[in-house]
Design a protein around this ligand. Structure first.
Ligand code: E4P
Length: 215
């Protein structure tokens, strides 16, 4: 399973890249708005920092407008993937721009049926929002599992990008569910590195190592 960072914060992205574990980045309008930067500038900065798919979201709501916006955003950089929300107009736009070779991440997926439709329209990625489904009292990871199973059964090349993950356990569950990618907030990545037994283990080894001459 590949790991993307779900953020528009460039310091966090640089830190994750330095750790050697970041394969791509997803952004959304809320994440960009938090940074107080120009959208295009930040997406380009991210593209210079991470050599992998960088999702940038379209905000139009009509099919023709979505197609025009997707073309504009995709032209920013070869690694840009346009995010299009799962609506009827969105499906029309996904079909049209995917046929032109533009990569699409279908966002706001809340059922395996939505994932199937996006895949049939030609999306490269679908993003089931696990945490938001859990918030609503459903089993969010089930949508990931079902989407992976449907795509495997029908040999659909679309990748399942588990999104809206809120903690380290969600990442493990996404991997076990067969997600191709997990996109995670930087805080979750930092938590994944940590284990109290690792810390006490290091302390003990360092204490013992001080009893002999270092090489
Ligand atoms: C995915 O691409 C979204 O940006 C993100 O995962 C949404 O997460 P949230 O539900 O925590 O806002």
């Amino acid at each position: 399973m590949r790991i993307f960072l779900d953020t528009a914060n460039i310091e966090d992205i640089r830190r994750g890249v330095a750790m050697g574990v970041v394969d791509g980045v997803t952004t959304n309008p809320s994440l960009v708005a938090k940074e107080g930067v120009e959208y295009r500038d930040r997406v380009l900065e991210i593209c210079e920092t991470v050599d992998g798919p960088i999702s940038a979201e379209c905000i139009s709501t009509e099919a023709d407008d979505l197609v025009a916006e997707a073309r504009r955003i995709a032209a920013w950089h070869p690694n840009v993937v346009v995010k299009i929300a799962m609506t009827e107009a969105g499906l029309q736009a996904i079909k049209r721009v995917s046929a032109e070779g533009i990569k699409v991440n279908t966002t706001l997926i809340f059922s395996a049926n939505q994932a199937l439709l996006a895949a049939r329209a030609g999306a490269t990625f679908v993003s089931p929002f696990v945490g938001r489904l859990n918030d609503a009292g459903q089993d969010g990871m089930e949508i990931v599992r079902e989407s992976v199973a449907v795509f495997e059964t029908y040999h659909l090349p679309t990748q399942v990008l588990a999104a809206s993950l809120r903690g380290p356990r969600d990442v493990t569950e996404a991997a076990l569910a067969g997600a191709h990618i997990a996109t995670i907030p930087p805080a979750v990545l930092y938590q994944m590195v940590q284990h109290p037994l690792t810390d006490t283990g290091i302390e003990r080894f360092l204490a013992d190592a001080s009893k002999y001459t270092p090489v």
